[in-house]
Design a protein around this ligand. Structure first.
Ligand code: ADP
Ligand code: ZN
Ligand code: ZN
Length: 840
């Protein structure tokens, strides 16, 4: 009998050891096997977090996730014991473990790197180094006088962090050296202390078996228990808390087991008997921290067009898992989303609504909160770690069935998703650049939905070529919404020829007279304007008129940007700062001037042209603080501000009533950016920022685009809002050169402090890949636009792989092997290679 043999092996003297394969948050491409101590084995669940020792350094610990439990000892090394189990309830779901694995494989990174980025740091124990006086130390003569006094102080306070010790030692002391010396003399002990931990509270509950929810049955039961007074008492105690007569449904929520147990043993055993006899049933829940208030329902009335879109989306979901909502700016896509979210929630499933970083601000949150109240979780990178842990917990506990969040929200522990919305799906900020995993949240969302059998709605006024192509091929559904809400119409777009105005000498610095006049007229009407220049700082170059010297970053191959506000030159790649030279450092000339312009300069000049106007600037420099972005928006919304100047931040999803003019600078630079996606991007950016104008019924908005060449075909397409025309033409180009969506791109970036070494490694890698994949699939190595960053010389290799014909997994594995060869080659020490799959 099989069961017997199994039990006998447990009963025998021989020790049964359980092993757990764990995901550790480190960039090593494997799981790590640890021993599970006897007492822990029973409660240990897949997906729970544990603390484990790691490495040779004593006391170093990591938070790890249990990915597999088994009985096979690892070969080749002695498994160490797990220190501690953090969760008695899994904090990550099986879906997440699948997802981590998929991301690691697809994006060519390690599962530990995925886990590290997925979990908010509040869920990863950070171990902090601390010091303690060694109680066995008895040789004060070994210590300097200073060390002796320090040790006396240290003994008074049981343990100190390095920082605290530093404070104790006094300003300017070299703490590292001090610790080294004290450890060397064995006067102190260094150890690691685990700082925070979050344990979801699991509550054991009991409820009456469904049979006894009926009054008759319940009475029969109580009668039957007359002879068993203790058991009867337990049932009565239960009924005193759960009044079954009035609200039988309450029974389903059950009662904490501890309330029935109280502390006498008799009731404990009676309860156990009642459970065994199926009078009660025992179950577990995770304690929600919040009460579940009913959401304040705001009434939405969809317009006819919106209703039609919503109905079509639902109909297409019958056949398709993914639907693209192609809706022009201001068409009210958000209202359509809200309708669909409500439907999904009422069917009992979870909903995730992804937004690009910057769009997720007060405006949209307020709109959603009006509808969903505090049932909605918000997951934002500007939120503190604690806030993110709260949302994570809320998803586990069921408090948040609906989360609106930025790209990392795809990592939340959903297990029952019904709908994922990816708003502004074309947004490049959905792609993570650094660190690994270099994932695209839209594409991860699609996988996530696939596993949980959820639907995906992608929304945009300017869909990415990839997505629109899928829709055109019939792989995604497609629904169009080409009407602005209310009586509002798309703005009138006008090209302003700066070349011509320069000839006529009507340009004032960067402003055409056309734009200045329009701004002035707009202010007189008390309407607001938005000006877009995709460059921050005052000017991107500083140059000597006499000898052509330009200010360059010492660490990177780029010019330094002049920031007038802080009177500094800054590198936008490495953060290097230096003061502005009064004279040319090369020839001593005083004719040092700035070339080009950024948002700071525009802001400055507006105040010269319109001294009475109120101007706000929104770019990376003005929005670093947590609430700075929202403050700017609120101020602008309040109406006292006339003009908002900004970088691409202002193109995303903003919705203001009173904006009737948008001015776009330097359109040529957007269009001629050296990248095969430049046309698509320029169209998206210009269309999106134009879409901020005239969003309310009333006067039609105006967009003025300053360009030195109004005859560029893309500009005409912008004017005609001809997305489809742009799509067709671009698609042809992409096909001719076998670029996405016809291929997948993997970019390898090779770095080294020595250009020759970097080049050698890149050449070798490219040669090996070309040999295996063919020269049509491998481009480079080439120096990127900025060929040196932080004193590392870069080379790029671009690999193009056809979409369907090739076994992409095998190709990736092959590429990874070749990378590993490079990384382990002793002749190429310190070379690093980064793989970016589906690079943008
Ligand atoms: P999009 O995201 O498509 O650019 P929004 O969803 O931001 O458009 O909608 C534009 C504006 O129109 C918003 O201020 C929104 O509140 C309003 N709006 C859209 N549809 C409706 C509706 N059915 N009822 C009331 N207001 C609406
Ligand atoms: Zn000079
Ligand atoms: Zn730099």
């Amino acid at each position: 009998n099989q069961a017997n043999t199994l039990f006998s092996s447990f009963d025998s003297e021989e020790e049964v050891t359980f092993f757990a394969d764990l995901i550790l948050p480190i960039p090593v491409p494997k799981l790590f096997t640890y021993r599970v101590p006897r007492g822990m084995a029973e409660g240990l669940k897949l997906g729970a977090r544990v603390i484990v020792p790691f490495g040779k350094k004593n006391g170093r610990v990591f938070t790890a996730i249990v990915a597999r439990l088994h009985n096979t000892p690892p070969t080749g090394y002695q498994a160490r014991y797990i220190n501690e189990v953090l969760d008695d309830y899994p904090l990550t779901t099986g879906y997440q473990l699948e997802l981590f694995k998929w991301i690691a494989e697809y994006y060519m990174c390690c599962i530990g790197e995925v886990m590290n980025v997925a979990l908010p740091s509040g869920l990863k124990i950070s171990s902090q180094s601390k010091v303690q006086a060694n109680p066995d130390f008895d040789y004060p003569e070994l210590l300097t006088e200073f060390e002796q006094t320090l040790l006396v102080e240290l003994k008074k306070q049981s343990a100190l962090s390095y920082e605290e010790l530093g404070r104790l030692a006094g300003e300017g002391s070299n703490v590292a050296a001090l610790i080294k010396s004290l450890v060397g003399k064995k006067a102190i002990i260094v150890f690691e202390e685990v700082r925070e931990k979050y344990v979801p509270k699991m509550v054991r509950k009991v409820r009456l078996h469904r049979n006894y929810e009926e009054r008759e049955q319940l009475l029969v039961l109580l009668q039957r228990l007359e002879k068993l007074p203790k058991q009867q008492e337990v049932v009565m105690r239960y009924l005193s808390h759960i009044p079954m007569q009035r609200t039988p449904s309450l029974n389903q929520k059950g009662l904490d087991k501890t309330i029935l147990n109280q502390d006498d043993e008799l009731s404990q055993s009676s309860l156990a008997t009642l459970i065994k006899n199926q009078v009660f049933e025992a179950f577990e829940i995770i304690q929600p921290r919040f009460s579940d208030n009913d959401a304040p329902q705001a009434e939405i009335k969809l317009t006819e067009a919106q209703q039609a879109a919503s109905t079509q989306i639902m109909a297409q979901f019958e056949r398709q898992n993914i639907v693209l909502l192609h809706g022009i700016t201001g068409s009210g896509k958000t209202e359509v989303y809200i309708e669909l979210i409500q439907q999904a929630l009422s069917s009992g499933s979870q909903v995730l609504y992804l937004l690009p970083e910057i769009a997720l601000t007060t405006q949209i949150v307020v709109r959603l909160q009006r509808v969903f109240g505090d049932k909605m979780g918000i997951y934002h990178s500007k939120f503190s770690d604690n806030e993110r842990v709260e949302v994570w917990k809320g998803v586990v506990s069921g408090q948040y069935q609906f989360v609106v969040g930025v790209r990392s929200a795809v990592f939340l522990p959903f297990d029952n998703l019904g709908l994922i919305i990816v708003d502004e799906e074309h947004e490049t900020s959905y792609k993570q650049h650094d660190p690994a995993p270099r994932y695209h949240a839209r594409d991860v969302a699609i996988m996530l939905a696939h596993w949980q059998q959820a639907k995906v709605l992608l929304g945009s006024a300017t869909p990415s070529l990839e997505t629109y192509h899928q829709a055109k091929q019939g792989r995604y559904g497609l629904v169009e919404l080409f009407q602005r809400f209310g009586a509002a119409t798309l703005p009138n777009i006008i090209l302003v020829n700066t070349q011509q105005e320069k000839k006529q000498k009507t340009m004032k610095s960067e402003f055409s007279s056309t734009l200045l006049n329009a701004l002035e007229a707009n202010m007189e009407r008390k309407e607001q304007s938005i000006l877009f220049q995709n460059r921050r700082g005052y000017s991107p170059y500083m140059q000597c008129e006499d000898c052509d010297w330009t200010a360059e970053c010492p660490n990177c191959a780029v010019s330094l940007t002049y920031h007038q506000r802080d009177a500094e030159l800054r590198c936008h790649y490495c953060g290097h700062k230096e003061s502005v030279p009064r004279t040319c450092p090369t020839c001593g000339s005083t004719k040092v001037r700035t070339i080009g312009f950024g948002t700071e300069k525009l802001e400055d000049q507006l105040l010269i042209f319109f001294p009475k106007s109120r101007v706000l600037r929104m770019d990376l420099d003005t929005t670093r603080a947590k609430n700075a972005y929202q403050q700017i928006i609120q101020e602008f919304e309040g109406g006292q501000v006339d003009i908002l100047v900004g970088t691409q931040m202002i193109t995303k999803g903003l919705d203001f009533d009173n904006v009737s003019l948008v001015g776009i600078f330097d359109a040529d630079r957007l269009i001629h950016f050296p990248d095969f996606r430049a046309t698509e991007r320029a169209f998206q950016m210009i269309t999106q920022v134009s879409g901020r104008a005239g969003r309310r019924a009333g006067r039609q908005g105006t967009v003025l685009i300053q360009t030195s060449n109004p005859h560029q075909p893309i500009l005409q397409k912008v004017i005609d809002n001809n997305y489809k025309g742009l799509f067709e033409e671009e698609l042809q180009e992409r096909q001719n050169f076998n670029y996405p969506p016809f291929s997948r791109l993997i970019k390898l970036t090779i770095r080294h402090a020595d250009r020759a070494v970097s080049h050698q490694a890149a050449e070798r890698l490219a040669a090996e890949l070309t040999d295996a994949l063919g020269s049509s699939r491998v481009l480079g190595p080439e120096e990127p636009l900025v060929e040196r960053i932080r004193n590392q010389f870069l080379f790029d290799i671009l690999i193009k792989i056809e979409r369907d014909k090739v076994n992409i997994k095998a190709v990736k594995a092959y590429i990874q092997d070749r990378i590993n060869d490079i990384l382990t080659d002793k002749g190429l020490r310190q070379v690093s290679v980064v793989a970016d799959v589906d690079c943008l």
